[in-house]
Design a protein around this ligand. Structure first.
Ligand code: CAA
Length: 398
């Protein structure tokens, strides 16, 4: 059964629902908004055009606790909760989607998994540098022939007599791959066991046997560098195995549940930026002697954009709230990601349409929002995979 989170509703601000955010949540939202509006948004067009990795901005985000929002302070993070993560991610994505991709992978896919399954030594060694933004983290699950069907991976980890593993194989579509120092890698350690034969490893990109391959030219989120990585006889010592041997698939799936809340938040940020530009435009732009916002066809689009945006935010906050209570939140995360990513695609599409020629022009950011929104329906589980997860949860059938 889906549990509706009993988040307190406080309607003191007219037209706005106040969820009773804590002071800390509002503080990190404010820090994220200021950095996003003052530093990130002004350079978003440059980063999109050149594909240049925004290292200075990432360092700044790290100095302000935003690269390890849910990481306890003892490991260099901000020590906040999942709701704070959603609020901050929305702000960063509203500034620039590519930045929020890098932030999301660091926070959800890299730090989360090590905090949950790692040893004390692993947390000290790997999480601190990433949470402080001094190094970049990445997540290596996908392979050229295995995306949605993650258990079809071929990257092989062979255990040696001394307990170490030798890794050989290729991973593709690795977000931050060209610049990351550390990676959470998933490889097959016992092929006969299927999903239960996958193990997670912590990898150092500066060690022998690790190679970075070609960088992907992408439609959107162009400043978030993506590449293939390859392992040739890369040796992992036993202390760098993450979790138990054979537990890798469950670690990957659990980490992706958290990641999907991050991508839902990213989608909301992109959609909100497109929505806000649209509201300004329909008040200024005149046709047939009146602002286009007075036309019913425009009004219908505005109303539908706002409904989808708010629904996406509420579902994403619910997923974050359920996560904060502990236990599984796979269904809530899938519902949030599916709703938010499809809302972002629809809203950015309508925003381009309402802006007409200006929406299609690179003089305004609408076409970038439209291109950036598309990835949210693809990575960390396509919309089809989210529907599969939701339907399996709702029916109990497989
Ligand atoms: N949490 C914990 N355990 C989970 C889980 C979860 N969310 N989902 C499944 N499991 C467990 C199951 O309980 C099962 O355990 P048992 O063997 O003990 O029964 C085991 O994992 C296998 O589960 P399934 O049989 O359900 O696995 P499946 O092969 O049918 O796959 C799937 C399920 C939902 C399709 C899954 O493969 C999936 O989510 N695929 C999409 C992969 C994905 O999101 N890739 C994104 C790439 S990463 C990325 O995009 C990062 C980036 O750079 C931005």
């Amino acid at each position: 059964m889906v549990t509706i989170a009993p988040i307190a509703l406080d309607l003191e601000r007219s037209g706005d629902v106040d969820f009773g955010y804590t002071e800390e949540q509002l503080m990190i939202q404010d820090v994220a908004r200021r950095i996003a509006q003052e530093k990130i948004a002004p350079s978003a067009e440059h980063h999109d055009r050149t594909g240049e990795f925004p290292l200075d901005n990432i360092r700044l985000l790290g100095e302000n606790g935003l690269m390890g929002i849910e990481v306890p302070e003892e490991y260099g993070g901000a020590g906040m909760d999942p709701v704070a993560y959603v609020l901050a991610m929305v702000e960063i994505a509203a500034g620039d989607a590519a930045h929020s991709t890098i932030v999301s992978v660091n926070n959800s896919l890299f730090c989360n998994g090590i905090l949950k399954f790692g040893t004390e030594e692993q947390k000290q060694k790997y999480v601190r540098a990433i949470a402080e933004g001094r190094e970049i983290g990445a997540f290596a699950l996908t392979e050229p022939q295995s995306g949605s069907d993650a258990t079809a991976m071929r990257c092989r980890a062979v255990k040696q007599a001394d307990g170490s593993f030798v890794i050989n194989g290729k991973k593709s579509w690795i977000t931050s791959g060209p610049v990351a120092k550390y990676f959470v890698l998933f490889a097959i350690s016992e092929p006969e066991k299927g999903a239960r034969g996958i193990t997670a490893f912590l990898i150092d990109g500066d060690k022998p046997g690790f190679h970075r391959g070609k960088t992907e030219p992408k439609l959107g989120i162009r400043a978030s560098a993506t590449c293939e990585i390859e392992f040739t006889d890369y040796v992992v010592q036993p202390e760098d195995v993450l979790g138990m041997e054979g537990e890798g698939f469950k670690i990957a799936m659990g980490v992706l549940d958290a990641g999907r809340i991050g991508i839902a938040s990213q989608a909301i940020g992109i959609a909100r930026a497109a929505y806000e530009k649209t509201i300004e435009y329909v008040k200024e732009r005149k046709a047939f002697g009146a602002p286009i916002g007075t036309f019913q066809m425009t009004q219908a689009k505005i109303a539908d954009m706002k409904c989808k945006l708010d629904a996406a935010l509420l579902l994403t906050l619910r997923a974050a709230w359920v996560k904060a209570q502990g236990g599984r939140f796979s269904n809530e995360a899938a519902i949030a990601k599916l709703t938010a990513s499809e809302a972002a695609m629809w809203i950015t599409h309508q925003a381009v349409q309402i802006h007409g020629g200006m929406g299609y022009s690179k003089e305004m950011p609408l076409e970038r929002y439209f291109r950036d929104a598309k990835i949210t329906e693809i990575y960390e589980g396509t919309s089809e995979i989210q529907r599969l997860v939701i339907a399996r949860n709702e029916t109990g059938l497989r």
